[in-house]
Write a protein that binds this ligand. Structure first.
Ligand code: ADE
Length: 240
C-alpha cells in the first residue's frame, strides 16, 4: 500500500517514517510512504501557501491553488485515489476505519494547518475527513501519523506475524488481558499462578476472563457490541 502525505511541515515526518515498523514495512516493500512538501507548490515567488479569510476573522487559510496542485501530484494523476483530510471536524477515526483503509492500494492524507483549508478544495478533492479525537491540534501532522501507523500495521507483510494483529484489542470489542514477563516476583507482586503453571488451556481461559473483566471495568460502552460465546457467558458469570 502506498501513503502520500501532503504537509506544510514535512520535516516532522522524517525520523518517524523510517523507524521501527514503518521502516521495516518499507524495506519489505509492503508499504511506501511519500511526504509532499506543500511549500513547494506556493503560487508566487515567495512560495505563498496561505492567505487571510474572505469576510475577515483571525488566522490564515491554506490557499486552494497550491493545496489542489499538491493533492493532485500526491494522487499520482489518478483522481480515483482517495483523499483524506485530517481535521477535528472529521468523522472519528477508529480500528474499523483503519481496516477499511488498509484494503486500499493508495491513500492521500492531507494535513490541515492554520485555521483550515479553502472550502472548494474540501468539496472538490477531499473524499473523507477524519478526526483522531475531540481536541484541537495545531496541524494535522500528528493525526496523519496516527492514521498511517494504525493502517500500515494491518497491511500484510508489515508486521512479522499476522497473529498479533488478529489477537489484539479492538479487532474484537475487547481490551487486552494483562501481560507479565520475568521476574516472577517484582516489588512483592507475584505473576498470577495460572501463567506460571504452563497449562495452555487454563492460560487461555484466564486471559479471556481478564479481557472481559477489563473491558467491563474500563470500557463498558464496548460491551454493547459483544457477541458472546457460551464460554464467555460462563466466564462472565464468574466475574460478576
Ligand atoms: N487537526 C487538528 N486537530 C485534529 C484532530 N483532533 N484530528 C485530526 N486532525 C486534526
Amino acid at each position: 500500500m502506498r501513503f502520500d502525505v501532503v504537509s506544510a511541515a514535512p520535516e516532522v515526518f522524517s525520523g518517524w517514517r523510517t523507524t521501527s515498523m514503518l521502516g521495516r514495512g518499507q524495506s519489505a516493500e509492503a508499504i511506501t510512504i511519500e511526504v509532499h512538501d506543500l511549500r513547494g507548490y506556493g503560487i508566487d515567488r515567495y512560495g505563498t501557501i496561505d492567505d487571510s479569510p474572505y469576510g475577515g476573522g483571525a488566522g490564515m487559510l491554506l490557499k486552494p491553488e497550491p493545496l489542489a496542485a499538491a493533492i493532485e501530484t500526491a494522487q499520482g494523476g489518478d483522481p480515483a485515489v482517495p483523499v483524506v483530510l485530517m481535521t477535528p471536524q472529521g468523522e472519528r477515526f477508529c480500528q474499523g476505519i483503519a481496516r477499511e483503509l488498509a484494503d486500499l492500494p493508495r491513500l492521500v492524507l492531507v494535513c490541515g494547518r492554520y485555521e483550515g483549508i479553502d472550502e472548494r478544495v474540501r468539496e472538490h478533492l477531499v473524499t473523507r475527513e477524519l478526526s483522531i479525537g475531540d481536541y484541537v491540534l495545531t496541524g494535522g501532522e500528528l493525526a496523519a501519523m496516527v492514521v498511517v501507523e494504525a493502517v500500515a500495521r494491518l497491511v500484510p507483510g508489515v508486521l512479522g506475524d499476522l497473529e498479533s494483529v488478529a489477537d489484539e484489542s479492538h479487532s474484537e470489542p475487547l481490551l487486552e488481558y494483562p501481560h507479565y514477563t520475568r521476574p516472577a516476583e517484582f516489588r512483592g507482586e507475584r505473576v498470577p499462578e495460572v501463567l506460571l503453571a504452563g497449562h495452555h488451556e487454563r492460560v487461555r481461559l484466564w486471559r479471556r476472563q481478564e479481557q472481559l473483566r477489563r473491558t467491563l471495568e474500563r470500557r463498558p460502552d464496548l460491551a454493547a457490541h459483544w457477541r458472546l460465546s457460551d464460554e464467555d457467558r460462563r466466564l462472565l458469570a464468574r466475574i460478576l
